[in-house]
Design a binder for this molecule. Structure first.
Ligand code: NAD
Ligand code: AHE
Ligand code: ZN
Ligand code: ZN
Length: 370
């Protein structure tokens, strides 16, 4: 079939709207009509050429909501008409990682997913007979996309897909990092670096966890109004403290450092600051931001010897098939806020504007409506 899609032909170039060919689902696969998709910084990161796994031409997008159109042979858990959120972190339930009970990082199809192909090693997308790659197993910048059954969470049909699509990455990642990865306790102090869709969702998670103080850091002060609205107690622009490392500013502000910090930018220098603003003896820092190829983190080992802990979180530690439907229900029940995070909605033809607005710091999230 034909599908409208935004194709990334090469790194660093705008996406190009094309009518691509989409092959039907093979065994264990599902064809989904994407109704809406968010644009996450990770899409921009891969498009920039900084992603060591980035390969082109590719159909990006991983923050979608859609409706099952057709299922392949052997698919039993989904049927046409089901509402779904694509999962870049699948849940097979049977691999070593799924069975461990210690991680959400299912590895059943990770190798082929990272190469931009379906589990059988081929692509369902092509244009003029030439294959186009899948991205993160989701490719939500195509109106029709094919995914493995294990990469789809079935959700409540009453949930508006143009809102809950953001649970496909940003909002779940931020809230989950607080509740599942850090396991922030009531009364804790928290610092959050970067007030994009991820950092603001960490703020939301910290409020849910009943943190007593939520210090947020961003070099763009226009982000602070939304942060305060969501529950931030202190807003810091590092540019207001020339000559003083930002970790020192936070340590001074919080009587020796915070209990938990979260890096939501992808900047390895900020990752260091986020670790070093943690309290001696017990402070934990969670890396969420994705850093470019060749980048490495640094600190004095003494920081760890004296009790600080460095950790990381992918998709907020959430197991997509079994736990994401509960996040949708918590949105429907008013516990999780999504609507204020949607700064712009636009058609697929304007998707490059969504990237521009992100880079200009003017959008928390832009949602593309097909
Ligand atoms: P975004 O671009 O919307 O937000 C980033 C924010 O960081 C902006 O507000 C920007 O002003 C601020 N910032 C940039 N440099 C700064 C600095 N030096 N000091 C302070 N603030 C600074 O991005 P996003 O969509 O919220 O994504 C954030 C990061 O999280 C990205 O690296 C993305 O790839 C990553 N991410 C990771 C996961 C995961 O599962 N680990 C999931 C989603 C996104
Ligand atoms: N491809 C990059 C890594 C990118 C990365 O870390 N992705 C996160 C999700 S970001 C969503 O916006 C993730 O889930 N990582 C776990 C995984 O298995 O990819 C690289 O450095 O190669
Ligand atoms: Zn993302
Ligand atoms: Zn698995």
């Amino acid at each position: 079939m034909k599908s409208r899609a935004a194709v990334a032909w090469e790194a660093g170039k705008p996406l190009s709207i094309e009518e691509v060919d989409v092959q039907g689902p093979k065994a264990g696969e599902v064809l989904v009509r994407i109704v809406a998709t968010g644009v996450c910084h990770t899409d921009a990161y891969t498009l920039s050429g900084d992603d060591p796994e980035g390969a082109f031409p590719v159909i990006l997008g991983h923050e979608g909501g859609g409706i099952v159109e057709e299922v392949g042979e052997g698919v039993t858990s989904l049927k046409p008409g089901d509402h779904v959120i694509p999962l870049y972190t699948p849940e097979c339930g049977e691999c070593k990682f799924c069975r461990s009970g210690k991680t959400n990082l299912c590895q059943k199809i990770r190798v082929t997913q990272g190469k931009g192909v379906m589990p059988d090693g081929t692509s369902r997308f092509s244009l003029g007979g030439k294959p186009l790659l899948h991205y993160m197993g989701t490719s939500t910048f195509s109106e029709y996309t094919v995914l493995p059954e294990i990469s789809l969470a079935k959700i409540n049909k009453d949930a508006p897909l143009e809102k809950v699509c953001l649970l496909g990455c940003g909002i779940t990642t931020g809230i989950g990092a607080v509740l599942n990865t850090a396991k922030v306790e009531p009364g804790s102090t928290v610092a959050v670096f970067g007030m994009g869709g991820i950092g603001l969702s960490v703020v939301q998670g910290a409020v849910m966890a009943k943190a007593s103080r939520i210090v947020v850091v961003d070099t763009n002060p226009s982000k602070f109004e939304m942060a305060k609205m969501l529950g931030a107690t202190d807003c810091i622009n590092p540019r207001d403290y020339p000559g003083t490392p930002i970790q020192q500013v936070i340590v001074d502000l919080t009587d020796g450092g915070v209990d938990y910090s979260f890096e939501c930018i992808g900047n390895v220098d900020v990752m260091r600051a986020a670790l070093e603003c943690c309290h001696k003896g017990w402070g934990e820092s969670i890396i969420i931001g994705v850093a470019g190829a060749g980048q490495e983190i640094r600190t004095r080992p003494f920081q760890l010897v004296t009790g600080r802990v460095w950790r990381g979180s992918a998709f907020g530690g959430v197991k997509g098939r079994s736990q994401l439907p509960g996040y949708v229900d918590r949105y429907m029940g008013g516990e999780i806020k999504i609507d204020p995070m949607i700064t712009y909605t636009m058609g697929l033809e304007d998707i490059n504007r969504a990237f521009d607005l992100m880079h200009e710091g003017k959008a928390i999230r832009s949602v593309i409506l097909y």
